[in-house]
Design a protein around this ligand. Structure first.
Ligand code: FMN
Length: 357
């Protein structure tokens, strides 16, 4: 049976709050099996197909995508305090020019133009912890065996906070997430949307080590995933990757790469959008750059003698993309942008995977 192509989607013309309240109802569909034996950081799963932090705003969105062939469901990043979302646009379609460089520049798509990439600008909103804890419990009970709930967390540093204070804020969220029912936790160590100390934790080995260590302790037996951004595109990046892996060795069950590629966004007349600040780009345009990060992290882990599971994220959309990343040593693959644009994508991937053998 071909997958349906009229499934409801996130509405990018409406606010984060509107979309939070209007998650689609989960359809009852038959899910083609994904052959093989799979686990997510040691937890048995039916496939390596997942959604990274972002598209799943709450338990109802998790229920929706869990019914559409995704088995590793990541709850969008939460904080130790409530935080509103940025104003619209939160998702601005951009023209796909291969975004090779970290400090790239992209043009907004014109109205009606087909697109497969966008600038992401949410500012990592969060509900109050009491609200998200109840909802994490609801998300957990919505999943079946063979599916795993990951909760993504970040810190909300005040100006002047020390590294141990930032690490403690991450760990607080980790503890609350696990108490609420998270089977694994992810630390968002990179967010190019927020110009503050938390933006670049992964580029500081000391901050990464402290944060991972405190969070690992808070997580108990739940696996801890570290989500990172792109390291430097030149030779300096190789040193950064090794330093990062050495710093977090023993405190991480996996590293997830890559959390968007930041770029300046220009309007149709060449004007700066988002006040000239860079935004994270997601979608097909970042695919090659993110795949390169995966390969380079793999090489860095071999050079440093630190084996670590790697989760591939960024511009993944087809069975060929998935095959290539698994062949390159990825432990799991996660799809954000394409899953929002085409909610049936995992059903399509499973069907083609089975047809091609
Ligand atoms: C709507 C949206 C919201 C996102 N929010 C988060 C977030 O809260 N935390 C995070 O770590 N990454 C967030 N991301 C980044 C994704 O997890 C992913 O790293 C990125 O989009 C690249 O994957 P893609 O090319 O498949 O979109 C978000 C992405 C999208 C599209």
């Amino acid at each position: 049976v071909p997958p349906p192509n009229d499934l409801p989607r996130y509405d990018i013309l409406r606010t984060y709050d509107w979309n939070y309240e209007h998650a689609p109802a989960a359809p009852a569909l038959e899910i083609p099996p994904f052959p093989g034996r799979w686990d997510f950081c040691g937890l048995p799963v039916d496939s390596p197909l997942g959604i990274p932090a972002g598209p799943l705003l709450n338990s109802r969105w998790i229920r929706y995508y869990a019914a559409l062939g995704f088995d590793v469901l990541t709850y969008k990043t939460v904080r130790s305090m409530a935080r509103p979302a940025f104003a619209l646009p939160n998702l601005l379609p951009v023209r796909t020019t291969a975004l090779a460089e970290n400090a790239g520049e992209v043009s907004a798509a014109i109205e009606g133009e087909a697109f497969d990439s966008w600038a992401i600008s949410f500012g990592m909103p969060s509900k109050d912890p009491a609200v998200w804890q109840d909802d994490v419990a609801a998300a957990r009970s919505a999943l079946r065996p063979g599916q795993v709930l990951v909760v993504s967390v970040t810190a909300s540093p005040e100006p002047g906070w020390s590294i141990p204070e930032i690490a403690a804020d991450y760990a607080r969220c980790v503890r609350w997430a696990v108490e609420a029912g998270a089977q694994a936790v992810e630390l968002n160590l990179s967010c190019p949307n927020v110009a503050s100390a938390e933006a670049e934790v992964f580029l500081s080995p000391e901050a990464s080590r402290r944060t991972a260590a405190a969070s690992k302790e808070a997580a108990g037996r739940a696996p801890v995933v570290l989500k990172v951004g792109a390291f430097a595109a030149d030779g300096e990046g190789d040193r950064q990757r090794e330093d990062f892996l050495r710093a977090v060795a023993g405190f991480a069950d996996a590293v997830s790469t890559t959390n968007t590629i930041p770029a300046r966004v220009r309007g149709p007349g060449g004007e700066d959008l988002f006040g000239g600040r860079r935004r994270g780009i997601g979608g097909a345009g970042i695919s090659e750059r993110c795949f390169d990060e995966l390969r380079r992290l793999r090489l860095a882990s071999e050079r440093a003698g630190i084996p670590i599971r790697l989760i591939a994220v960024g511009g993944i959309s087809s069975p060929a993309d998935i095959r290539a990343r698994l062949d390159a040593g990825a432990h799991a693959v996660q799809l954000a942008t394409v899953a929002m644009l085409d909610p049936a994508v995992a059903l399509r991937i499973r069907r083609e995977w089975n047809l091609c053998g």
